[in-house]
Design a protein around this ligand. Structure first.
Ligand SMILES: Nc1ncnc2c1ncn2[C@@H]1O[C@H](COP(=O)(O)OP(=O)(O)O)[C@@H](O)[C@H]1O
Ligand SMILES: [Mg+2]
Length: 261
């Protein structure tokens, strides 16, 4: 099977900090994966590598390949890899209405701009996406006037409008109440059932859907464990990862972490 993401021996700096010192990680097509790590582990940096906002420094055999290529035109990349970043929700244009949020995916822009043109087919597709996500009724609502859960769905729609094969999701349910969280998790599960590959980057154990079978632990810019979810998610490993005693509870395919007695 082909690799969607292939990071080899990557050294990545942010300012003077060497965040990754030889990071190696492969994600094959169809391999739904959760990347779990505490604050400061390098999750946001990893997302920036995938969105091409950051590149590894040049040295021997250090590369980040997406669908086998190191160089991508952002336009072309959008239909392969959709990134639903959490940061975007904080910075997204408050005045953009629902439809514009989804349409902005065609340009990877924040909000909609006068010079942007959309074909009938693109508008139809945006409507279809809104219908699948159950947000048609909010198409004319300003982003700032939506609940966190509604905003999150529109940002997912913004990525889905390009029908990417792979979705990289950043803490998808953080800030959502239980109902919104469960609904959003169901949406992610439906996307996987429809054949999309989902890569989840998070520190929330409870948002790893049952259908994700591989878990990668990231700590201090290094992969410290990588394998089958049932093996990687152990009390011992998570306690070490987060630096606090953790007990895991498993129910209905989901995990919850509680303080170990
Ligand atoms: N702009 C920056 N300049 C210097 N160091 C940074 C910068 N951004 C992040 N870092 C450092 O890089 C490390 C990884 O950060 P980050 O990728 O944001 O982790 P996470 O998203 O997992 O919390 C942290 O030690 C952080 O302090
Ligand atoms: Mg982060």
């Amino acid at each position: 099977m082909d690799n969607i993401i292939e990071i080899n021996n990557a050294i990545v700096f942010r300012g003077a900090t060497r965040v990754f010192d030889g990071l190696t990680l492969e994600i094959p097509e169809g391999c739904n994966t959760a990347i779990l790590g505490p604050n400061g582990a390098g999750k946001s940096t990893l997302l920036k590598l995938l969105s091409r906002e950051l590149y590894p420094v040049h040295h021997n055999n250090s590369y980040v390949r997406i669908y086998g290529r190191e160089r991508w035109d952002v336009w072309e990349l959008r239909s392969h890899l959709g990134i639903v970043s959490n940061d975007l929700q904080q910075t997204y244009a408050a005045h953009a209405v629902g439809t514009d949020v989804i349409l902005s995916g065609y340009y990877s822009s924040i909000g909609r701009w006068k010079h942007q043109r959309f074909s009938e087919a693109q508008r139809r597709r945006a409507d279809e996406v809104a219908a699948t996500l159950g947000i048609c009724a909010l198409k004319d609502r300003k982003f700032a006037a939506m609940s966190t859960g509604e905003q999150r769905r529109f940002l997912l729609g913004r990525a889905l409008v390009n029908d990417p094969d792979t979705l990289v999701m950043d803490e998808p349910t953080s800030g959502l109440d239980l109902k919104a969280c469960f609904q959003y998790l169901e949406m992610i599960r439906r996307l996987m059932a429809d054949g999309k590959t989902v890569v989840l980057v998070t520190h929330h154990i409870h948002e790893i859907p049952p259908d994700i079978s591989r878990v990668v632990l990231l700590s201090g810019g290094r992969v410290t464990a990588d394998g089958d979810k049932s093996e990687v998610l152990s009390d011992q490993r998570l306690s070490k990862l987060f630096g606090t005693p953790i007990h895991l509870i498993y129910r209905n395919g989901y995990y919850q972490a509680v303080p170990a007695a």
